[in-house]
Write a protein that binds this ligand. Structure first.
Ligand SMILES: *Cc1c(COP(=O)(O)O)cnc(C)c1O
Length: 394
C-alpha cells in the first residue's frame, strides 16, 4: 500500500510530513513499516511525555477502556475528579475544567477572562498577547497568536485581541486600556522558536497585572507537565498565574486539555462553558497515570539532569561548528539556532540517520524528547547530530 499516495488523495494537504509511516513505538523509540528505528526527539510535538506506550499509561488505558470509556458530563466520573484533585494539589491554582486540546483550553481561558471583565472591570474584554506567540488554530486563538502568517489568510478574525512585543514590559503597559481584561503569555515561546524572556519580565508582568486588575493567563500547553524541569514552568519564574492552560504532555498522547484557575478567576456559572468529550474517563485515566508517574518516579529530576546534559553537549557542538549561533531552552525543551536557513537540511539528514527533530524555524531546530529519556539515548542522538553537522559543513 502506498500510504503517501493515499494521503495525497484523501487528506487535506495542511501538514508538511516526513516521508515516514510509523507503526510502533516504545519509550523514546519509534519504528516505521519497513522496520527502520528512529530516536524520537520530536516527541509528538511535546506530547509524548512518558515516551511511547509507557506501561503506566497503557495499563491505565486498558483498564479504563474495559470499564467505562465515556459518559458525558451530565454525571460524575472518578478519573476526572481524581485528576482534578491531583492537578490542584500540585499547583497554585484552585479549580479545573477539562477540554480536548490546547487551542480549546486557551479559548476557555479567554472566556473566563471576559466573564471576569464583565463582572469586575466594567465590561473589559480585550486580551493582550505577544508577537511571535502560538496559542492554537481556532479563529480566536489565531487572533491571539501574534504571527501574520497564521492570521492573514483567515481574516477577519474575532475582535478583542492585541499583540505586543514579547519580553517588553513597556509595550504591554502602553497597550493596556480600560478595555483590557487579561494578558495571555507563554512562559517560553515554544512554537516561536524556544524564546526565553529576560529574568525580570514575568515579575514585571505580574506586577502590572496586579496594579491594573488584569488577569494573567499563562499558556503552558507546551511548557507544562514537566517539560522544563518543574511540573509547571511558572514555578521557575517566581510568580503565579491567575489562569493556567495545559494540553500537549498532560495525557502522554491522548487528547486532553485543561484550564486551571485561582478561585477569584474561577467565575464560570452553570451553563457558561462545557464540552462533550472533555475530561471523559478514558483520557483522564491516561493523564492521571502520566501525572502520578511523573510525581512518584523522580521524572522531574531526570528532566533537569538529562536536560542540562543534553544542553551541555549541544554547547560542545556549538564550539565545534561555527555555524551554530545559539543553544537555548529549559529542561527538555531545547533549540539550536544556525547562522543560515539550514534547519530543513539538518532535520532531513537526521531523519535518514534515525533521529526525529522539529525544524521550528528556517534557522532553528527544536528538541523535545520524552521526559524519561536517558543519557545513553541522548548520546546516540548527539552522535547522529554531530555526523549530520559534519557532513553539512563540507
Ligand atoms: C501546541 C500549542 C497550542 C495549541 O494546542 P492544540 O492542542 O494544537 O490546539 C497552544 N499553545 C501552545 C503554547 C502550544 O504549544
Amino acid at each position: 500500500m502506498d500510504w503517501l499516495e493515499l494521503e495525497k488523495k484523501y487528506f487535506m494537504p495542511v501538514f508538511k510530513r516526513f516521508p515516514v509511516v510509523l507503526v510502533g513505538g516504545k519509550g523514546p523509540w519509534v519504528w516505521d513499516e519497513q522496520g527502520r528505528k528512529y530516536l524520537d526527539f520530536l516527541g509528538g510535538w511535546a506530547v509524548n511525555s512518558l515516551g511511547h506506550c509507557h506501561p503506566a499509561v497503557v495499563e491505565a488505558l486498558a483498564k479504563q477502556a474495559g470499564e467505562l470509556i465515556h459518559t458525558s458530563n451530565q454525571v460524575y466520573t472518578i478519573p476526572q475528579l481524581e485528576l482534578a484533585r491531583l492537578l490542584v494539589e500540585n499547583s497554585s491554582l484552585d479549580q479545573v475544567f477539562f477540554c480536548n486540546g490546547g487551542a480549546e483550553a486557551n479559548e476557555g481561558a479567554v472566556k473566563l477572562a471576559r466573564k471576569y471583565g464583565r463582572l469586575y472591570r466594567q465590561g473589559a474584554y480585550e486580551v493582550i498577547s505577544a508577537l511571535n506567540s502560538f496559542h492554537g488554530r481556532t479563529l480566536a486563538m489565531l487572533a491571539a497568536t501574534g504571527q501574520v502568517k497564521f492570521q492573514e489568510p483567515f481574516a477577519p478574525l474575532p475582535e478583542g485581541f492585541l499583540n505586543v512585543e514579547y519580553n517588553n514590559i513597556e509595550a504591554l503597559k502602553a497597550a493596556t486600556t480600560r478595555k483590557t481584561c487579561a494578558v495571555l503569555l507563554e512562559p517560553i515561546q515554544g512554537e516561536g522558536g524556544v524564546i526565553i524572556p529576560g529574568k525580570d519580565y514575568f515579575h514585571q508582568v505580574r506586577e502590572w497585572c496586579d496594579k491594573e486588575g488584569l488577569l494573567l493567563i499563562l499558556d503552558e500547553v507546551q511548557t507544562g507537565v514537566g517539560r522544563t524541569g518543574t511540573l509547571f514552568a511558572y514555578q521557575q519564574l517566581g510568580i503565579e498565574p491567575d489562569i493556567l492552560t495545559l494540553a500537549k504532555g498532560l495525557g502522554s498522547g491522548v487528547p486532553i486539555g485543561a484550564i486551571l484557575a485561582k478561585r477569584r478567576a474561577s467565575v464560570f456559572s452553570p451553563g457558561d462553558h462545557g464540552s462533550t468529550f472533555g475530561g471523559n474517563p478514558l483520557v483522564c485515566s491516561a493523564a492521571y497515570a502520566t501525572l502520578r508517574f511523573i510525581l512518584e518516579n523522580r521524572v522531574l529530576e531526570n528532566v533537569k539532569w538529562v536536560g542540562s546534559y543534553l544542553r551541555d553537549k549541544l554547547m560542545e557542538l556549538k564550539s565545534e561548528f561555527g555555524f551554530i549561533r545559539e543553544v537555548r531552552g529549559r529542561g527538555l525543551l531545547l533549540a539550536m539556532e544556525f547562522e543560515g536557513e539550514i534547519s530543513e537540511a539538518v532535520v532531513q539528514s537526521c531523519l535518514h540517520q534515525g533521529l526525529l527533530l522539529n525544524p521550528v524555524r528556517p534557522n532553528a531546530v527544536r528538541l523535545m524528547p520524552p521526559l524519561i529519556i536517558g543519557e545513553a539515548e541522548v548520546d546516540q542522538a548527539l552522535g547522529i547530530l554531530q555526523k549530520v553537522l559534519t557532513e553539512l559543513q563540507v
